[in-house]
Ligand binder design. Structure first.
Ligand code: A3P
Length: 323
């Protein structure tokens, strides 16, 4: 694997052009060599495609089918660890080894014997109770080559125009991302980012028996059906009534209600830009398909469509976003 400086604080991985902040170098091999277990479920997504929703569906099916597990009140990132969160945290001003920080304290509460120096979230992923439901935004090519031979993977894709809107909001909301420019600047960044290689790496593996490839739009249109497909893929044995309850419990409305409690972490609000929160909402912004029509200019829509056309030429017609 080869790294070279792209701009200050950022690296670009050749030959595919994945972008990362420099602390990724410290962790890249650890992620690549991460030991997955046969009963892990790994949720692989490009950011803002419905990761948290899928984590909550899977974690609840596996660990809380009767909706009475007290651990359900822990933040989702503690129950279902974010594999590479350390490198993002270490590229921010937050020092997660400092007692008193939200990340440190939440982690200490979950795993008191940790050694923060080796990466808090990496260890959380290692120590999490089986079966582990692990989240990652890393593309397949930066994860263990034996991932699909070892455990089950759920890949979630979403319309790039809605992803652009959601990601722009996220980048404004979270202080450490601190994006302050206009939406059109964000779109310019987005069409240079690695959305397509990420989705294609997933799509090209979709026929592997250990991958379940799903679309946010289908989950939104038919939540029950899509939940049943995940249930079948995971070989679980829940009752109709348990599944109905889980569909309700993981709806946007119910999850956004839990955002007020602890779903995203007790102190998340301190990491958010209040102005953005008051204007456009929190992590659970809107949870719909097609909001780009209200948020993107004609020019930006056109830009994303052309970029999509170019990048989906080689994909078959089954691919939802092919133009
Ligand atoms: P919006 O910003 O469009 O509302 P991720 O978890 O990958 O970061 O994705 C976040 C997006 O998924 C946000 O999209 C969020 O609102 C949406 N989302 C989260 N939970 C959801 C749910 N239960 N149903 C529908 N959308 C959900």
């Amino acid at each position: 694997k080869q790294f070279h400086g792209y701009q200050t604080g950022t690296i670009r991985l050749e030959p595919d052009g994945w972008f990362f902040t420099t602390p990724f170098i410290t962790f890249a091999d650890k992620y690549y060599d991460f030991k997955f277990k046969p009963n892990d479920v790994v949720i692989v997504t490009y950011p803002k495609c419905g990761t948290t929703w899928t984590q909550e569906i899977v974690w609840t099916m596996v660990h809380n089918p009767n909706l009475n597990n007290p651990k359900a009140s822990l933040p989702v990132m503690i129950r279902s660890p974010f594999l590479e969160l350390d490198f993002l945290i270490y590229s921010s001003p937050i020092d997660p080894t400092m007692p008193g920080t939200f990340l440190h304290d939440t982690f200490a509460q979950a795993h008191p014997n940790r050694n923060p120096k080796d990466g808090i979230f990496l260890q959380l992923a290692e120590l999490t109770e089986d079966p582990r439901i692990i989240k990652t935004h890393l593309p397949f090519s930066l994860l263990s080559p034996s991932l699909l031979e070892t455990c089950k993977v759920i890949y979630v894709a979403r319309d790039p125009k809605d992803v652009a809107v959601s990601y722009c909001h996220h980048s404004r909301l979270i202080k450490i991302h601190g994006f302050e420019g206009p939406t059109s600047d964000f779109v310019d960044h987005f069409v240079n980012d690695t959305f397509w290689p990420h989705l294609k790496e997933g799509w090209n593996r979709r026929k592997h028996p250990n991958i379940h490839y799903c679309f946010y739009e289908d989950m939104k249109a038919n939540p029950k059906e899509e939940t049943l497909r995940i249930h079948k893929f995971l070989d679980l044995n829940l009752t109709e009534s348990q599944l109905n309850n889980i569909v309700h419990y993981t709806s946007f409305q119910e999850m956004s209600k839990r955002e007020q409690d602890n779903l995203m972490g007790s102190d998340t609000r301190s990491m958010w830009n209040e102005e953005v929160f008051n204007k456009d909402g929190g992590f659970f912004r809107k949870g719909v398909t097609g909001d780009y029509k209200n948020k993107l200019s004609e020019e930006d829509i056109q830009k994303i469509n052309e970029w999509t056309k170019e990048n989906t030429r080689d994909l078959d017609d089954e691919f939802k976003y092919k133009i």
